[in-house]
Design a protein around this ligand. Structure first.
Ligand code: NAD
Length: 514
């Protein structure tokens, strides 16, 4: 492979072999006898490596080892588990440049965003360390004399993590760092489109568990497509499945896990909008919309897909956005002069082209026309032009998440109408209003405002900090992970009542004497 960006050196420094097995319980890597999954870079179409997929047999070995590891890990005091996670954060600091580069090359996001993704991993480790001393339960006043009531939080067991291609490492860390301090063990199935990033993470963390004398099986990796994911979703030994990906996947996973009365934490697709009112600071609105719509080539769950613009500023926003789009430089994501990198693969390019056809067929008008780029530098066939179309909110294609840089412009007259348009889609992840008017801002944040899990004022929809709970409503799946009290999803709550009196009164004053 032509390695002008030094990927092979980065892989070597992290300890990743381009022909790596994909099944691991920590320091142990298993030969599954299965075929190898190729990983191609969308940046230049080159084969980066091949990862051996997990077999049914090695999956069983992983789960058995994870069960055994849980018996030890759950008894380690949470602050000591936090100490291990603190060292994982430090190890990530040391490999930030190499891992960021691999993420950028394997997934296609810019190098800056690759670094940002690793920084999120470091941040969540720091958060989890603090959390390891704050897994608080409440105490309650018992109605019975001589009784004490309180609740405590215990670890659940094995957390199955299924992740999407677009955040190939950060989403795992949001789950794993928190699950580990909670006393759980993790089995991770990364996206089949970014398996080497998964291997890199497993290599980075496994040495740290070993150094602390911890058993194999606290951090586990399995590799393969949806079938490998299904082994976990159907497995009663995995009490929690945290799945990030499309709504289509979430509906299947949610149903499968519910059928066995397991728990699922679903982080699914978005259809995020920014309302730009006539009181907006338009410089900020344009900047927020631009990064939101074209950053990561429109492949973030929080990407801005709709702009709902007040009619008095509509034409100005439209022409300023078109002008900003004309200055975008598209190309290799590792070259820092480029603003927009490739889509993940050619299937994704087909979806992008289908969406453009569809919006036009439904009556949409191009403001900035899309298209696929060809020629030197675009050999992978995955580079597309960020596009803008004037559309109506009710168009079938506008109701749907297309995972590509296509932005729809929608006009409104009054704020209640804008909020109704905003909420009038099946998804409910991220949302924003651009306004300097406090009444408009508060109305948007009120119970009658945005129906999303994330609602911002004068910030775009794209991206989030780890300190808040991340996730969305409706077809986004309802899950919350990362900050705030999201940790509760990874633990089971136990209510304890202790009688220190010499009598045995029943609750609600019930008499039962013989
Ligand atoms: P995808 O649904 O195709 O795949 C996601 C993961 O699910 C992969 O690991 C895949 O192998 C696995 N999978 C698919 N079907 C499965 C099944 N039936 N059983 C078990 N596992 C299964 O998604 P993708 O193309 O990788 O990612 C893009 C999607 O992810 C977008 O819709 C995006 O909005 C969403 N996403 C959501 C969030 C969030 O936090 N809400 C974050 C990132 C991405």
């Amino acid at each position: 492979m032509n390695d002008s960006f030094g990927i092979l050196q980065s892989l070597k420094r992290i300890g990743v072999d381009p022909q790596n097995p994909g099944t691991s319980t920590g320091s142990v890597w298993m030969d599954s006898g299965e075929s190898h999954l190729p990983s191609y870079s969308p940046a230049d179409g080159q084969l980066i490596g091949k990862v051996q997929q997990t077999s049914a047999e090695t999956y069983e070995q992983v789960i058995t080892q994870a069960q055994m590891a849980f018996e030890t890990w759950r008894t380690i005091p949470a602050p000591q588990r936090g100490e291990v996670v603190r060292e994982i954060g430090n190890a990530l600091r040391e490999v930030k440049a190499d891992l960021g580069k691999l993420v950028s090359y394997e997934m296609g996001k810019s190098y800056q965003e690759g670094l940002g993704e690793v920084q999120e991993m470091i941040d969540i480790c720091d958060f989890a360390v603090g959390l390891s001393r704050q897994l608080y339960g409440l105490t309650m006043h018992s109605e019975r004399p001589g009784h004490r009531m309180y609740e405590q939080w215990h670890p659940l067991g094995i957390v199955g993590i299924i992740s999407a291609f677009n955040f190939p490492v950060a989403v795992w860390s949001w789950n794993a760092a928190i699950a580990w301090v909670c006393g759980d063990v993790c089995v991770w199935k990364p996206s089949e489109k970014a398996p080497l990033s998964g291997i890199a993470c497993q290599k980075i963390v496994s040495g740290i568990f070993a150094k602390h004398g911890m058993p194999e099986g606290i951090s586990n990796l399995i590799v393969g497509d949806y079938k490998v994911g299904e082994w976990m979703t159907q497995d009663t030994r995995v009490p929690l499945i945290s799945a990030t990906g499309s709504t289509r996947m979430g509906k299947i996973v949610g149903k499968t896990v519910a059928e066995r009365l397991g728990r699922s934490l679903l982080e699914l697709g978005g259809n995020n909008a920014i309302i730009i009112t006539e009181n907006a600071d338009l410089d900020m609105a344009i900047r927020g919309a631009l990064f939101g719509a074209v950053g990561t080539a429109g492949q973030r769950c929080t990407t801005t897909r709709r702009l709902i613009i007040q009619e008095n500023v509509y034409e100005e926003v439209k022409s300023r956005l078109a002008s900003a789009y004309s200055k975008l430089v598209i190309g290799n994501p590792l070259d820092e002069k480029n603003h927009v990198g490739p889509l993940i693969d050619q299937d994704s390019v087909k979806n992008y082209l289908r969406a453009i056809e569809k919006v036009k067929a439904e009556g949409g008008k191009a403001v900035v026309e899309g298209g696929v780029l060809e020629g030197p530098g675009f050999e992978s066939g995955c580079y597309v032009k960020p596009a803008i179309y004037e559309a109506e909110n009710h168009f079938e294609i506008v109701q749907h998440e297309t995972f590509a840089p296509i932005l729809y412009l929608i006009k409104y007259k009054t704020l209640p109408e804008a909020i109704a348009l905003h909420n009038g889609v099946p998804q409910g992840l991220s949302s924003a209003i651009m306004t300097t008017n406090i009444r408009e801002a508060e109305a948007f944040l009120s119970a009658a405002g945005s129906d999303c899990g994330i609602a911002n004022v004068n910030i775009g929809t794209s991206g989030a900090e780890i300190g808040g709970a991340f996730g969305g409503e409706k077809e986004t799946g309802g899950g919350r992970e990362s900050g705030s009290d999201s940790w509760k999803a990874y633990m089971r709550r136990q209510t304890n009542t202790i009688n220190y009196s010499t009598s045995l009164p029943l609750a609600q004053g019930i008499k039962f004497d013989i």
